[in-house]
Design a protein around this ligand. Structure first.
Ligand code: ATP
Ligand code: MG
Length: 146
């Protein structure tokens, strides 16, 4: 999918908002500045979240309630090791109810549950290229609802 400008990324986020269901694990892949946080921000605003959406660069996680859903936004770029995972109680956040939106899942390999949906964003000469893949029945239902 071609996303020629930031508005196109925001539009995709708004569409995704309507297709999310409790318990989904969404992996967001792509280089620094690819648009992962932009997509999450648009998704949360699409669900009616009014406040700011800041990148959880240092906190690693930000919780949200919006549109009757519980969401957790992770940015694991600065994630260190398994002890940090346990100390922060991240395991409990993947509870089959929270919608978990995970930037940089590859930084905590083996700890982050497998994706239902993986969204890859690639920086291309004219904007971004998005690739959406489903890895479970719930993930397929999500992408079919887009
Ligand atoms: N389709 C697009 N075309 C061009 N620019 C875009 C597009 N989508 C988003 N951007 C811009 O790219 C930047 C993306 O920044 P963002 O913080 O969302 O990236 P990120 O993938 O979360 O990076 P990080 O890995 O550092 O967290 C923003 O400046 C945004 O305006
Ligand atoms: Mg980000």
């Amino acid at each position: 999918m071609n996303l020629p400008d930031e508005a196109a990324t925001i539009a995709l986020g708004a569409r995704l908002a309507r297709a999310l269901r409790p318990g989904l694990v969404v992996w967001l892949r792509g280089d620094l500045g690819a648009g992962k946080t932009t997509l999450v921000r648009a998704l949360l605003h699409g669900l009616g979240h009014q406040g700011r959406v800041k990148s959880p660069t240092y906190t690693l996680i930000e919780p949200y309630q919006a549109g009757g859903l519980e969401l957790r936004h992770f940015d694991l770029y600065r994630f260190q090791d398994e002890s940090e995972w346990e100390a922060a109680g991240f395991r409990d956040e993947f509870d089959g109810h929270n919608i978990c939106l995970v930037e940089w899942p590859e930084m905590a390999q083996g700890l982050v549950p497998e994706a239902d949906v993986e969204i890859g964003l690639q920086i291309v000469p004219h904007g971004r290229a998005a690739r959406l893949r489903a890895y479970s029945e719930a993930g397929k239902r999500c992408l079919n609802a887009l």
